[in-house]
Design a protein around this ligand. Structure first.
Ligand code: ZN
Length: 96
């Protein structure tokens, strides 16, 4: 009986994980970038701007969403200043 209860708890956790990933991954589609690299992409609104965010395909297959951000991206440039978007959660650098 105890073993059965453990199994139920285990399965409930698994279902919760899957449900969580299902909502997190909603809207992502497989996309091929320049150079043939595959990522999962999704269009999102950030600061009233429509942007495309990319998620790591390796993590995606393990039911995790890790946002990719290959380069520091200058948002606006003023003479002598570069404003860079702050680090996004789950930042992961692409190895070159
Ligand atoms: Zn990854």
């Amino acid at each position: 009986m105890i073993r059965l209860r453990d199994e139920v708890v285990h399965l409930k956790t698994k279902i919760a994980e899957l449900e969580n990933f299902k909502s997190e991954s909603a809207g992502y589609v497989l996309h091929q970038m320049e150079g043939g690299i595959f990522v999962y992409s999704k269009q999102v609104a950030v600061d009233n701007e429509e942007l495309v965010v990319n998620a790591c395909p390796h993590c995606y297959q393990q039911k995790k969403i890790s946002m990719l951000q290959p380069e520091k991206r200058a948002l606006r440039e003023l003479p002598g200043f570069i404003f860079v978007r702050p680090v996004i959660q789950n930042l992961q650098w692409i190895k070159r």
